[in-house]
Design a protein around this ligand. Sequence first.
Ligand code: KG4
Ligand code: ZN
Length: 336
Amino acid sequence: MDNSNIVILAIESSCDDTGAAVIENGRVLSNRIANQDVHKSYGGVVPELASRQHLKNIIPVIDTALKDAGKTLQDVDAIAFTRGPGLLGSLIVGVSVAKSLALSLDIPLIDVHHMMAHVLANFAEDPVPTFPFLCLTVSGGHTQIVQVDDFDTMEVIGSTRDDAAGEAFDKTGKLLGLEYPAGPVIDKLAQSGSHRFIFPEPAVDGLDFSFSGLKTSILHFLQKNVKDNPNFIQENIHDICCSVQSTIVEILIKKLRHAIHQTGIHQIAIAGGVSANSALRKAFQELGESERCITYTPAFQYCTDNAGMIGIAGYYLYRNGRFAGQNVTPMARMDM
Ligand code: KG4
Ligand code: ZN
């Protein structure tokens, strides 16, 4: 196999965004995403609507990604795709298109674990981490502290026992009447707010997280205050957002600090949609300084779901000769 120049077409369809990217020798040439606005009014992703939108979007998105990169299908050496975890109906669309392309072009298929790809988004741009490093991966469905020993050797050393950090943002947003996904909206509103309201932090041992108690205390806090003042939310939206965001960030940073002490690893990274959060990025840098760690933060376009990270993961798997057969199936749940 000629490993001197490797062009990978990557496909991501695990949730509600349809992504395609072209990666040449581990560098992202193009990274296209079609967001699905249909879910906004539902306050969360509607799986059936998501898979239908993927069907509509996937070919045009692939086409645009190839054009952006100045490549054609004939230039592509392998197809990388998200196998899981994710919504089964959404994954099926990406997996089927990936298999069809690989079969018709007679090139290898590379199945990629979505959460591993989030971690490997830290390799999109220089400087890149060296192994081992710790990665706090925070997305809409997962909250994990991962010990990364190699491109395909990762161990989850802490994870959430209930809701994910992204879910905590999104569910709070729903209570506040904000659009889905609420994370970016809360981030923006929090910028002119202060951490005036105090919410209890969960008492979970070790490196695990819990966010469902926070969700309940926010609900009770809002119910109580809205009863006294029906305009409470509108009048205090900035401070509420800032207080909730600060609490989530404190919970995350505390556990990451704990993981640094426990493992003695002083290279740390963040990944996943919530790693786009400005308060988390700031607190993460401060943690790095106080613990004397080297820190890695992906550019915004590689934080939320994107195919660029799938292609980067695909590139390293390609170099290790780790391919999938045509019998590969999507997996809604998938261990790392
Ligand atoms: O990684 P991602 O795009 O999809 C999953 O794999 O789940 O993460 C989506 C999550 C959503 O919960 C969204 O609200 C959150 O990331 N998110 C943010 C920000 N941008 C996206 N949360 C807080 N602040 C942000 N700036
Ligand atoms: Zn994701």
